[in-house]
Design a protein around this ligand. Sequence first.
Ligand code: T5A
Length: 208
Amino acid sequence: MSKKGQFITIEGTEGVGKSTNIAFIEQWLSENNIQHISTREPGGTELGESLRQLLLHGGEVSDKAELLMMFAARAQHLQQKIKPALEQGIWVVCDRFTDSTFAYQGGGRHFPLETISMLENLVHGDLQPDLTILLDAPIEIGMARAAKRSASDRIEAESVAFFNRVREAFLQRSQQSNRYSVIDASQSLAEVQLSIEGSLKALLRADS
Ligand code: T5A
């Protein structure tokens, strides 16, 4: 694949501000005349959104089914939406991607990282995000923010211990590559967005 657009992913535990800051990123890209789309995982396609509904609001889902459904949605998303956009030079902003699988299904559900790496390789080969913004905050802060907004879905109903493992897995993974920008999401929104803007400017400089 000849990739031309930049691929940005936003990661973090529940309620840390991903959706809020994606709106900020979209506005920043528009102001800088950068053609882009924003999308989300699980979801982003008709199949992916159906899987999301089953994953978050359906009945019982086994851990193995959950892992495979995340990657099934991602395979469709990559083929139908992400890769075509990148190939046309369109930047893609994605709310969660495979780092979430390493954090939730790996850290949270204890799937071996080798199993997830194998599926990652099968589904996206060597395609990786160019920039991953990891919004990091103590679990209690994100949960309190998210609770103000909507009722819990199936995964949000997990324990604080589960989400602490997820947070730790995100942080460990962020040390393995320089594509991550780890931002303290317990700061004010203005401070968080100043840091995000710095990361976007660096990516734009590297791209030009
Ligand atoms: N999942 C996903 C997996 O298990 N494996 C996978 O591979 C993938 C891809 C998806 C679920 O699926 C799981 C993870 C998730 O459980 P989701 O909707 O993407 O669900 O994830 P959530 O984390 O549930 O998303 P939320 O929409 O709940 O949270 P956000 O987007 O992080 O938070 P946001 O922006 O809505 O902000 C929450 C509130 O906080 C305020 C906002 O105004 C808002 O009211 N806020 C701040 N307030 C003060 N200071 C700040 N800095 C603030 N930032 C935001």
